[in-house]
Ligand binder design. Sequence first.
Ligand SMILES: [Zn+2]
Length: 209
Amino acid sequence: MIVKLVDVKDVFATNAYFYIDEQTKHGFLIDPAAEPETLLNIIRDNNWVIEKMLITHGHFDHLGAVEKLHQTLGIDYFAHQNTKDYLQQGELNLSAFCNRNICLTEAKYFNDEDEIILNANRNVLLKVIHTPGHTPDSVVFYDKNNHIAFVGDTIFKGSIGATEYPGGNPKHLQQSILQKIFALPKETVLYSGHSEPTTVGAEKSRYNI
Ligand SMILES: [Zn+2]
C-alpha cells in the first residue's frame, strides 16, 4: 500500500491521507481537509483513481476540500451515521466560528465494523472502528493486513483528542483509546489528523500500558 500524508492548511494545518493500492493505482482519500487544488494535482500527477473519500469525523478542518473534489471528480464521501448533523451545521462542525460555512448534504454513511472495500482490488479494505469521544461520530479506519490505522483526532503522537467541543466526551474518549485503539497490535502505525505518525506500542508505553 502507498500511504501519502499531505499537510494541507486552511485555518488549521491538517493531515490528509492518500491510501493507494500500488497494483491498481486505485485508493481512498481520507480527510480531504483543505487545499482541493493541491489534492487534485497529486491525484492527476500520479494517475490515481480515488474511489471514495472517507471522513474520520465531522470537524470542518477535516472537510474543507470535500465539496470541490465531489463536484470535480464525482467522488462520493462517506462518514459515520452519527455525523449527519456535524456535516450540515456550522456550529457543530465549528466552521461557523471561523468565518467558514461548511454544509455537506450528500454524504453516504457507514456503521461500526463495516468494511470499506476497494472495488479495483477486493483484497484491500479498511474496517470501520467507531471511537466516540472527540466527537460522537469519530472513527478509525483500520487496515489489519498492513498494520495501518487512520485515527483522526482521537489520538496523536504524544497526546489525545480534545473533548471540549460539542458532543465531546472524555469518558468515551478514554474508553475508545483503551478498549479499541490500544487493543490493536502494537506495531500498528497510527496516522492522525494533526501529528506525525506513531504506533500503538509507542503510545501505550507513554502510559506504562
Ligand atoms: Zn476534530
